[in-house]
Each structure stands twice: as structure tokens, then as C-alpha cells.
Design a protein around this ligand. Structure first.
Ligand code: NCD
Length: 311
């Protein structure tokens, strides 16, 4: 018997709300969609509309959600910055949601405030996907990160995974950490001391997954199977002089990578600033461009599952 669709009509707010089985359901659907002949795939979301509400800048999340919808024959409408909407005139988030839900079947929203996605989901009568909420979570990024690890490594269990960069403010880090905590992995957190994972979350994660903290990348690198690099989140620092102190604290380059395992893979949610040198892009370690492509595939599977079309 086919497994029940755990994403049917569901909001996607936090990765914590999904089990390991739910994630595998999604990964199988993503594989299936990727292999589907174009004539079948392009009919899947025919007549369906995705609404996108982006209160913060985005390139990959918004475009890959749009691309996913178009890839399955659906359509999209929305705004990529609040300035062009009535938000600029003072309209509330609640009224914006109550408006858009009349025109669409599913909503993806990005917002600078923690909690904004769950607030919007409580108001919306249509499924709402969190496309990044403050420093809190970015669940679909973690889904595509985990999907990429499985595709590249065959499985997630038994891997040693390093997370490098801004572990304090990076929301993709929190979603990925909670996602990884559903697997049997060893997590090494590598950052400047002032950019460590927020304490309450670290203590919670410690109970769920083998996790340790480091500041020397070169020491840890030879052990790793996966290195997940993140940018320092300048816009989230309450004090810019602190940012100046820690910016450029790490740089992944070909010289450092001589210490890595041959089959180490490097992921990054992007945008990148200077934490990975462009010379790394053509090395076999670099999987971040494939990761972007996987973003469209995974998000296609997610949209088709939420909208519960049979496939
Ligand atoms: C990330 C985000 O917005 O949280 N980008 C993304 O969605 N791929 C990472 C970042 O901004 O650094």
C-alpha cells in the first residue's frame, strides 16, 4: 500500500515538525519527479497557483520555488520586496495574508522576524511554507541540503558533518542541525567564539545528536565527509563593529583542502561572500551548484505533495 502523504495540506514552518520518515517520503518523491517524462511532469500542478511574499531579499529560495511551480505546469504571483505592496502603506501582515490567500493555493513567505511564519500560518487558510524567518529556521533549505547529502553520499547516517561560519545568526544552520539530529551523525561546529550556536539550542541539540564545538578548521577538516559553509550574516548583527571583528574569519581555499578527504563534499546555501574562494568551484569537492539545482527538484516534490496531486 502506498504510504500516506504526510505533507498533504500541511504548513512547513519548522523542520522539527517532520519525522525522518516524512523526509524520506519527500526525497523519494523528488527522485520520482526528476525521472518523470516532461509530458507528465508539466501537467502535475496545472491550474495551481503559488503566492510568494518576500519581505527580505532572496535569489535562490524565491526563484527555485517559482521554477519548481513552472516546472510542474503551475503559475506564481507575489512580491519580491514589500516596497511594491501595500505593506509600504502600513498594511498589516495579517491583512496581507488574508488578501493573498484568496488568489492562490499555497503560499511561501520570507520575513525578517522570528515567529513570523508561524503567525502567518495561523492566519492563512491555505498551506504556508516558511521561506526563512529571521534567525529562526529555513526548513526547505535544510530539506534540500539533506537531499543533496543523500544524493552525493548515498546516505546521511554515519557521516561526520562540519558546519562552518555564522552559527549564531544563520537560520539555515538551525534547520539543518535539527534535520541532522534525526540521523546517526557526528556534527562538528566550527566558528569564531562569538558566532557559536545559540546556547539554549546547543543544549537541546546535545541531547539529540553527537555534537562538538571548534574554532580551528584545519584541525577538523581531515575528519569530515561533509563541510557546510555559511556566510557571516552582516544584517543580523546588533552591533556592526562586532561584524567587522569576525568577518572574513574563515576562507575555504584549495590549499586548505589539501588536508581534506578526497571525497569530502562542500555545501553552501549561498549567497557566498568570501568564505569559499572561487578557485574551489571547479574542484570535485564543490557541490553547491548541484545543491541549487536540487532546490528546484526538492521544492517541486514539496509543492506537489502539499497540494496532494497523485504521482
Ligand atoms: C540563506 C537565507 O536566506 O537564510 N539563503 C538561502 O535561502 N539560500 C542564507 C543566507 O542568507 O546566508
Amino acid at each position: 500500500m502506498a504510504k500516506l502523504n504526510p505533507f498533504k495540506n500541511k504548513d512547513v514552518i519548522l523542520i522539527k515538525d517532520f519525522t525522518r520518515d516524512d523526509l524520506f517520503y519527500l526525497f523519494q518523491k523528488a527522485d520520482k519527479i526528476e525521472r518523470m517524462p516532461e509530458r507528465d511532469r508539466i501537467c502535475l500542478l496545472n491550474g495551481k497557483i503559488l503566492g510568494y511574499l518576500f519581505f527580505e531579499p532572496s535569489t535562490r529560495t524565491r526563484l527555485s520555488f517559482e521554477a519548481a511551480m513552472l516546472w510542474l505546469g503551475g503559475r506564481t504571483l507575489g512580491f519580491a520586496e514589500p516596497k511594491v505592496s501595500s505593506v509600504e502603506k502600513g498594511e498589516s501582515l495579517a491583512d496581507t495574508i488574508r488578501t493573498v490567500e484568496n488568489y492562490v493555493d499555497v503560499i511561501v513567505m520570507r520575513h525578517s522576524k522570528d515567529g513570523a511564519a508561524s503567525f502567518a500560518a495561523e492566519i492563512a487558510s491555505k498551506p504556508l511554507i516558511n521561506g526563512g524567518s529571521g534567525t529562526e529556521e529555513h526548513p526547505t533549505q535544510a530539506m534540500l541540503d539533506l537531499y543533496t547529502i543523500i544524493k552525493e553520499k548515498g546516505s546521511i547516517d554515519n557521516l561526520k558533518i562540519g558546519l562552518l561560519g555564522d552559527l549564531k545568526y544563520g537560520r539555515t544552520v538551525y534547520s539543518l542541525l535539527y534535520g541532522l539530529s534525526k540521523f546517526n551523525v557526528e556534527v562538528k561546529l566550527i566558528s569564531h567564539p562569538i558566532l557559536r550556536v545559540r546556547r539554549e539550542i546547543f543544549f537541546d541539540l546535545e541531547k539529540k545528536v553527537k555534537i562538538s564545538e571548534h574554532d580551528n578548521l584545519e584541525e577538523i577538516l581531515p575528519d569530515l565527509d561533509v563541510l557546510y559553509v555559511t556566510r557571516i550574516q552582516k544584517e543580523r548583527f546588533p552591533d556592526l563593529s562586532e561584524y567587522e571583528r569576525v568577518k572574513s574569519s574563515y576562507n575555504v581555499n584549495l590549499k586548505i583542502l589539501q588536508k581534506a578527504k578526497d571525497d569530502l563534499i562542500i555545501l553552501h546555501p549561498f549567497p557566498r561572500i568570501d568564505e569559499i574562494s572561487p578557485e574551489v568551484d571547479s574542484s570535485p569537492h564543490a557541490k553547491y551548484f548541484k545543491q541549487m539545482l536540487n532546490g528546484r527538484i526538492l521544492r517541486s516534490a514539496l509543492l506537489a505533495s502539499i497540494l496532494d496531486v497523485p504521482f
